[in-house]
Design a protein around this ligand. Structure first.
Ligand code: NDP
Length: 451
């Protein structure tokens, strides 16, 4: 049976674009459908504009730090509209680059919504097309809980396009996005209250990372309230009235929910092809990113494995090689480094102390907490931390966690060593780069025996 395409990809985000271009380079006839903007969450309304916002917000502290370095910096109020305009221009440029990548790689783009009709047929806009393979790469979308007045709240999607920078902001959640945006709004001058329903933010991170980030963001001015959650939101003449579950009331100009994301599978027609889903609506796949239907695959956030752009890209490449290069490759989801662009940022790779103790039993901990050199002559009090978790039996480094300036950059390099299975002795044999924050990772000799 012949098909219009060898591969039809639904969703032109990081995973979909990479899979389509590699598949095409391997000789497949490929088309891709995108209903919003080519580039996906990361480029259009995620990692990229978020990091620009982090840079923008950090200047407030840099201006202060400059004083004791001899600079008298005077500055006016922050111009939010200018930031948005420049950010939008860069996103437009990147969006254009993604279009070029697709056309240069002979991937046909449908700027329309696609829906699966059966395992080889799709409705794309008002056209019907057939494909030998279908790849679902539709990503995720913010999940807003069912709270009375939730229609007055925004998610990160809207935060990137606010007309005005709110003077007072409530951020709900304690994960990556909440912590990052609380820092952004705080740095840009808003009064920020962060509400987290649990005991400690950044659940799933090493407990020393959690504690340190919580302490540092409070020092910088975020009013972090744990065991706190909105019960209702009402619009008032002066802004929004947010009543918490304990009955207390907060006034704010904006409330942003960062309470997790859900897979974009609604209305995709997965049931028409019999594609199995997880209870949370994500597409269920095996280690080759294949669904229960033999010619339908899925990569990226829509599969709810690890919701990170570089992971989606790896899954997309592994898919292309598996299907079109006849070299089955399962992407290894272990030891994935990641960063939280909180202020200060976090870089983590491998296991947390709790996970290591559970999986390996006896582990050694090395931890250094200190005031970074830059802060010694500024008025800042930000602290930094490096932590290494080592398997006692094999001496293998199981996890590395860094809190401090450029932690994301640091953990990228360390991630290579950890992925290669480096031992603590090999870390110790590496000469430090002085004076840096990261040199602590190769100079710690004393075991940490505290909690
Ligand atoms: P996360 O899953 O990281 O965090 C969600 C937070 O919201 C948690 O603190 C959670 O609490 C809380 N929460 C969930 N449901 C509710 C509710 N009904 N009411 C109140 N609070 C609730 O999601 P994010 O939205 O922050 O990010 C999604 C994913 O995107 C991340 O997991 C990450 O993979 C990716 N991402 C990565 C970034 C990076 O690499 N720097 C940046 C941004 C996103 P609890 O802990 O109790 O469950």
């Amino acid at each position: 049976m012949s098909f219009d395409y060898d591969l039809f990809v639904i969703g032109a985000g990081s995973g979909g674009v990479r899979a389509s271009r590699i598949s095409s380079s391997l000789g497949a006839k490929v088309a891709i459908a995108e209903e919003y903007r080519v580039g996906g969450t990361c480029v259009i309304r995620g990692c990229v504009p978020k990091k620009m916002f982090v840079y923008a917000s950090h200047f407030a502290e840099d201006f202060e730090d400059a004083k004791n370095y001899g600079w008298d910096v005077t500055h006016g109020p922050h111009d939010w509209k200018r930031l948005i305009k420049n950010k939008d221009a860069e996103i437009d440029r990147l969006n254009g680059i993604y279009h070029t990548i697709l056309s240069n790689n002979n991937v046909e783009l449908f700027e329309a919504r696609a829906e699966i009709i059966d395992k080889n047929t799709l409705k794309v806009g008002d056209k019907t097309v057939t494909a030998k393979y279908i790849l679902i790469a539709t990503g995720g979308t913010p999940m807003m809980p069912d709270v009375p007045g939730i229609e007055h709240a925004i998610s990160s999607n809207e935060a990137f396009h606010l007309d005005e920078m709110p003077k007072r902001v409530i951020v709900v959640g304690g994960g990556y996005i909440a912590v990052e945006f609380a820092g952004i709004f705080n740095g840009l001058g808003a009064d920020v209250v962060q509400l987290y329903r649990g005991e400690q933010i950044l659940r799933g991170f090493d407990h020393h990372v959690q504690e340190m980030v919580a302490q540092e963001i409070v020092k910088k001015g975020v009013d972090l309230r744990t065991r706190a959650n909105p019960a209702s939101i009402e619009k008032t003449e002066s802004g929004l009235k947010v009543t918490l579950e304990d009955g207390s009331v907060l006034e704010t100009d904006a409330i942003m929910y960062a309470t997790g994301r859900k897979a974009n599978t609604e209305g995709l027609g997965l049931e028409n092809a019999g594609v199995e889903m997880k209870p949370n609506g994500a597409v269920k796949v095996d280690e080759y990113s294949r669904t229960n239907v033999d010619n339908i695959y899925a990569v990226g956030d829509v599969t709810d494995r690890i919701a990170l752009t570089p992971v989606a890209i790896h899954e997309g490449m592994a898919f292309a090689e598996t299907v079109f290069a006849n070299t089955p490759r399962a992407f290894d989801h272990s030891i994935v480094p990641s960063a939280v662009f909180s202020q200060p940022p976090v870089g983590s790779v491998g296991l947390t102390e709790a996970e290591a103790r559970e999986q390996y039993g006896d582990v050694d901990i090395y931890k250094a907490e200190f005031r970074p050199l830059k802060q010694t002559i500024t008025l800042g009090s930000e602290r930094a931390m490096c932590k290494i978790i080592v398997d006692q039996k094999s001496d293998r480094v199981l996890g590395v966690h860094v809190v401090g300036a450029d932690a994301g950059e640091i953990i990228q390099g360390v991630g290579i060593a950890v992925k290669m299975g480096a031992t603590k002795a090999q870390f110790d044999a590496t000469v430090g780069v002085h004076p840096t924050l990261a040199e602590e990772l190769v100079t710690m000799r004393e075991k940490y025996t505290g909690d």
